[in-house]
Write a protein that binds this ligand. Structure first.
Ligand code: ADP
Ligand code: NI
Length: 217
């Protein structure tokens, strides 16, 4: 199987796993992460197959989405060997998908290869800007979060377990607790550049949101 065929088999596998997701990780998110990773690859000398495979597979075994993430990681690993990736490539892809998340980057961040850094940047770029705002509202609605409560101050410097066990989360606080931190956490120069405008868009959104909110006080 040549590289192009391997990538389309991985795309199909990811589609089959993600198509019914309703937690904001729909396949459209995956496709944007892949497209952004391709864009970043143009300026970074990383392995294309490993990068795109990790982009397609990065949310498949997310513990928010599946009951037994370890079992699914083993399944993905066997699938990659079945389509003739080497054990080294499969190991690297699984290491990336396992260590990508924002919460894992709090405390002591795992060291990622250049491919991993690119996929992490692409995933984070999809969490900011207009799409990021929409995904946060969608996620917050689905989890019955309050939209905004000025009595609950944002907790800006959370560690991993505090972030994972947040109580009384509000959609607006999520911006301060995660989304506004992502720009300075970007790994690659290309992602840093794309992030600037999206970051400003969120700041403008928050300013406008609060001015409209305060009209009733
Ligand atoms: P990903 O790994 O693709 O970034 P996550 O599972 O962390 O996704 O979150 C999915 C989307 O929902 C992201 O855009 C994220 O910022 C948003 N999100 C995660 N947690 C919350 C929350 N508590 N409130 C609002 N939005 C959230
Ligand atoms: Ni993702």
């Amino acid at each position: 199987m040549n590289e192009e065929k391997q990538i389309s088999a991985i795309k199909q596998y990811s589609y089959d796993k993600m198509k019914n997701d309703s937690t904001g990780h729909n396949f459209d998110h995956i496709q944007r992460v892949v497209a952004t990773a391709e864009q970043i690859l143009q300026t970074e000398p990383a392995d294309k197959l490993v990068t795109l495979a990790a982009a397609y597979l990065h949310d498949v075994a997310d513990d928010k989405l599946v009951q037994d993430p370890q079992k699914l990681e083993q399944e993905i690993h066997s699938f990659l060997l079945d389509i003739n990736l080497s054990k080294k490539q499969a190991d690297e892809i699984l290491y990336i998908t396992h260590n990508l998340s924002f919460s894992k980057s709090l405390n002591s961040p795992p060291k990622l290869s250049l491919s991993g850094q690119i996929v992490q940047d692409a995933d984070r770029l999809d969490a900011i800007g207009a799409i990021g705002i929409t995904r946060a509202i969608y996620y917050g609605g689905k989890h019955s979060e309050t939209i905004y409560d000025p009595e609950i101050p944002p907790r800006k410097n959370l560690n991993k377990s505090e972030y994972r066990n947040l109580k009384n989360e509000t959609i607006i606080n999520h911006f301060y607790e995660k989304l506004l931190k992502l720009t300075e956490m970007m790994n690659t120069t290309t992602a840093k550049k794309i992030a600037q405008a999206r970051h400003q868009y969120m700041l403008d959104f928050l300013t406008e949101f609060k001015s409209e909110w305060n009209i009733k006080k």
